[in-house]
Design a protein around this ligand. Structure first.
Ligand SMILES: Cc1cc2nc3c(=O)[nH]c(=O)nc-3n(C[C@H](O)[C@H](O)[C@H](O)COP(=O)(O)O)c2cc1C
Length: 207
């Protein structure tokens, strides 16, 4: 059965360090038989969450724009790969904009209680965070992890793994990284195998 990997790139910088790392992950997943799709948030026209809390009272978000159909695609994905460079110790405005607009899912799950993901669903749906940062400190990614945890929780993905690379201050530095791209390809392959296994499918079967 098809395994769909949806990648969402939150870098405003096309084909930079973060998107290149994401592409390597997708290459690995596609090589393992998954159907992959990449959405570049900077190409979409969308409004940030208005904080109106209308989604607390009635189902869905009152804002309708190019982000709206993306939530349907997220719901159809088996693996969600979210990518963002570290900007001022956190994720980019593009990715945070998407995540905040997911508040209607939070309202469904925690207020209306109409949204529920079973343990089995979570075993079959994996979330991956892909990031790069200029600084060498390990903790430079720490501000991002809880945000990703919250979004995977409301979209129904088990937070499976991170792919991160430090010391990426210059454009294209990722291409000279000794291990990051190979590791990303390997994780792309691995996540497809893990989902296939969780479904009880033959490890050799393709998309
Ligand atoms: C506005 C801005 C803020 C940044 N803030 C940080 C930061 O707080 N910590 C850090 O390690 N790197 C920071 N960086 C560096 C980027 O995270 C790094 O160069 C990254 O690899 C860029 O990825 P990209 O090529 O996908 O844009 C910042 C870069 C920009 C443009």
């Amino acid at each position: 059965m098809t395994i769909r990997v949806l990648a969402i790139s939150g870098s405003p910088h096309r084909h930079g360090n973060t998107e290149t790392l994401l592409d390597a992950f997708l290459e690995g997943a596609e090589g393992e038989g998954a159907v992959v799709e990449k959405v570049v948030l900077k190409d979409l026209s969308f409004t940030p969450c208005q904080g109106c809390n209308a989604c607390h009272r009635k189902d869905g978000c009152i804002v309708q724009d190019e982000l709206t159909p993306l939530f349907d695609r997220i719901a159809q994905a088996d693996c969600l790969a979210l990518a963002s460079p570290i900007y001022t110790m956190g994720i980019t405005a593009e990715l945070k904009g998407l995540i905040d607009r997911g508040q209607f899912l939070w309202a469904r799950k925690y207020i209306a209680k109409t949204l529920y993901y079973s343990r089995d669903h979570l075993r079959r749906h994996k979330g991956v965070f892909i990031s790069t940062a200029g600084q060498s400190w390990d903790h430079v990614f720490d501000g991002a992890f809880p945000i990703l945890t919250a979004f995977f929780d409301i979209t129904g993905f088990e937070y499976w793994d991170n792919l991160i690379a430090n010391n990426m201050d210059r454009y294209g530095t990722i291409r000279g990284h000794p291990t990051a791209l190979a590791e990303a390809r390997e994780k792309g392959r691995k996540v497809v195998q893990v989902i296939r296994k969780a479904r009880g499918e033959d490890p050799g079967s393709g998309a």
